[in-house]
Design a protein around this ligand. Structure first.
Ligand SMILES: Nc1ncnc2c1ncn2[C@@H]1O[C@H](COP(=O)(O)OP(=O)(O)OP(=O)(O)O)[C@@H](O)[C@H]1O
Ligand SMILES: [Mg+2]
Length: 385
């Protein structure tokens, strides 16, 4: 349903990205950073659509595919080849060009695997890689380096800018847990520094994590990306989105929804699409938050599970205790300790984790839960832990 709603606004970000990509002299890498469901992927899809044939654009989305390093490299090369094929003028020509590119890269890097191209039933080129006889498997590091180098070569051969979009980029950084890929950020930095006519656009909803990777002076990627913050829609566009998603909306209703959930596109769409006849927006909001199958209830639980899921049960319950303590407004560390009975000395670690997940914010008045929807969800449920 939501995907059917016409795209609204984001003019400024879109024109900035598109102009930058179209300007031959400049080559800037961008990072779109913003909370979950704020519209990053939608913006990236618009960029792909607007650019059309003006560049070779590929979009790899870790939120759809949990790529392994091998899948990622293969998909990157596969997508590049697919888009390149459409403009190379004839599949035969393409196949020989691609094979030439690979031969060149292989010789240069002394890679120990071979590549072949077959056409699938619809005539689309499919790449396959095989380790050479003596090797049991392809080294992941070599494969990732090859994929980035391939992007650069395709841009060179095609005489066109290549745009590589990596959505939910934090998962690429997590490749560091694979043997041989501890230095994934260094590998990526190297690829960026040798990128030629390739622009990279990454995005991610783990705001703290991504911002650290891209702007910490000690990170290998420091200074390589221009960060664009994606925030809520302005009121005018928030109302427009709400109205588009309702068969017969009144502007009063749209304004009421906006005053409850702000300019967050996912919340607005949830409100618009789930509103029942004769229900006031406040009632819709309450119902969606409290009903276990309500869109906002599911969403709040999903965020909590996703962020705290990596911790052991005992820790999860302490995190939840803290969130419950904070739902009614800012508290100091000692107030949190009193309410949760968690020792004062343990709290800084827990709070720091919650901040790094973007669930909690520290202000002058104390710590509080960042999102109103999450606060209202917590207020609505019993603190039964
Ligand atoms: N500008 C927009 N116009 C219309 N609908 C939008 C817009 N931005 C976002 N949406 C809708 O809001 C929802 C969330 O958008 P999207 O998936 O782009 O967010 P995201 O930031 O990529 O989320 P995530 O962090 O979960 O990947 C989708 O249903 C999308 O269709
Ligand atoms: Mg997304």
């Amino acid at each position: 349903m939501a995907a059917m709603t016409e795209f609204v606004d984001r003019e400024e970000i879109l024109s900035h990205l598109v102009n930058s990509i179209e300007t031959k002299r400049r080559n800037v890498n961008y990072a779109l950073v913003g909370p979950r469901q704020i519209g990053k992927t939608s913006i990236l899809r618009e960029v792909v659509r607007i650019l059309g044939d003006k560049a070779i654009v590929v979009h790899l989305d870790f939120s759809i595919h949990r790529y392994s390093p091998e899948d990622f490299s293969r998909s990157l090369m596969q997508s590049l080849t697919g888009v390149y094929a459409r403009r190379a003028g004839g599949i035969k020509k393409l196949v020989s060009r691609v094979l030439n590119i690979f031969q060149g890269l292989k010789d240069l890097r002394r890679l120990r695997f071979s590549l072949s191209i077959e056409l699938d039933s619809q005539g689309r080129p499919q790449l396959s890689l095989k380790p050479e006889i003596a090797e049991k498997r392809i080294k992941e590091k070599e494969l990732i380096e090859l994929a980035f180098a391939y992007a650069t070569k395709v841009a060179e051969e095609a005489g066109t800018r290549v745009v590589v979009i990596i959505d939910e980029f934090q998962h690429l950084a997590e490749f560091a847990s694979y043997p041989g890929l501890k230095g994934i950020l260094d590998i990526f930095r190297h690829a960026l520094d040798e990128r030629g006519n390739v622009s990279y656009i990454v995005s991610g909803s783990r705001i703290h994590f991504i911002t650290n990777i891209l702007s910490d002076g000690k990170s290998p990627l420091f200074g390589r990306f221009t960060i664009i913050q994606v925030g809520e829609l302005e009121e005018k566009y928030a109302l427009e989105l709400y109205m588009k998603a309702r068969p017969k909306p009144s502007s009063k209703e749209a304004r009421a929804a906006y005053s409850l959930v702000g300019g967050h596109p996912f919340y607005l769409l949830a409100m618009a699409e789930n509103r029942r006849e004769n229900e006031r927006p406040e009632e819709t909001y309450k119902r969606l938050l409290s009903d276990p199958t309500g869109a906002l209830n599911l969403y709040a639980r999903y965020i909590i599970a996703e962020d705290l899921g990596t911790h052991a049960k005992s820790r999860q319950s302490r995190f939840l205790k803290i969130l419950h303590a904070l739902k009614k407004g800012p508290l100091s560390v000692s107030e949190i300790s009193k309410q949760t009975t968690i020792a004062l000395t343990s709290l800084p670690w827990y709070l720091q984790q919650l901040i790094s997940y973007d669930l909690v914010i520290k202000s002058e008045d104390g710590y509080y839960v960042r999102e109103r929807v999450l606060r209202d969800y917590l207020i609505g449920i019993q603190n039964d832990i």
